[in-house]
Ligand binder design. Structure first.
Ligand code: ADP
Ligand code: ADP
Length: 228
């Protein structure tokens, strides 16, 4: 589904953020990218939706070189959730979630019905939360809206960059449980960045353990934990 072939990213200032990276993620697989700050996880992720262009190698999505894909069409196939999702402050939760269906040209009624369905899917009752504004939600709830919105166009791929990194540990555990339940229903191909090894182990079908600019180990949680 996602395949990195000898991918390198060297920034203009000479920093090599990612060095000759090759790996493959299967359809419906959830891979966690774990490692200390600055080791290239975010760079890896942003190359998949072409927010960053590699300086070497190539990335294939479903066999297609993404460098040849139209970035707008590409991003429709890829949901993206970051640490602090940006919601439109003057739009309700339901309207925020319906943004993408609107952009895709759906009728208002259908877009809102879809948004309500998505909110349900991430554990936010639309009849309770749909009419609230983002500042009337907790941090954890805002992240859930971010996940719902990312799923709106039903993309096969989800990129998640420390989506639960800014919430307190109790809420984080709750969000992880909900996300595992969600993933068992929707089966997206997921790249999930975290610097928390426990989170990586809990969520990942496989874990990519990063060292500086490289993946040092790429294996199941059991194997990674069992390694010396
Ligand atoms: P991580 O997500 O693991 O924290 P990043 O991918 O953000 O790592 O960064 C990898 C390396 O690339 C770091 O050394 C970082 O400082 C550097 N870096 C990231 N973005 C840029 C940029 N726009 N210009 C120069 N260097 C950058
Ligand atoms: P979560 O576990 O989803 O992050 P919290 O424990 O942070 O939720 O919040 C508990 C409750 O407090 C939630 O029902 C939420 O709706 C409510 N709440 C949190 N912040 C606000 C706010 N700024 N305005 C109104 N209600 C809020």
């Amino acid at each position: 589904m996602i395949r990195f072939e000898h991918v390198t990213k060297r920034y203009a200032d000479g920093t090599t953020a990612v060095d000759d990276l090759s790996f493959e993620v299967a359809e419906g697989e959830l891979v966690t990218l774990v490692g200390p700050s600055g080791c290239g996880k975010t760079t890896t992720m942003k190359m998949v939706n072409r927010l960053i262009e590699p300086t070497g190698g190539r990335i294939l999505l479903d066999g297609q070189d993404i460098a040849e894909a139209d970035p707008v069409k590409l991003r429709r196939r890829i949901g993206y959730v970051i640490q602090q999702v940006g919601l439109f402050p003057h739009r309700t939760v339901l309207e925020n979630t319906a943004t993408v269906p609107h952009l895709l040209g759906w009728q208002r009624k259908r877009a809102r019905a879809r948004a309500a369905e998505l909110l349900d899917l991430v554990g936010l009752d639309p009849s309770v939360y749909g009419d609230r504004y983002p500042d009337q939600l907790s941090g954890g709830q805002r992240q859930r809206v971010g996940v719902a919105r990312a799923l709106a166009a039903d993309p096969p791929v989800l990129l998640m960059d420390e989506p639960f990194g800014a919430v307190d540990p109790v809420v984080r555990e709750h969000l992880q449980t909900e996300f595992l339940r969600l993933q068992s229903q929707v089966r997206k191909t997921v790249l999930f960045v975290t610097h928390d090894i426990e989170e990586a182990v809990r969520l990942g079908d496989r874990i990519a353990v990063y060292g500086s600019g490289r993946i040092e180990q790429f294996d199941t949680p059991a194997t990674v934990l069992g390694a010396p």
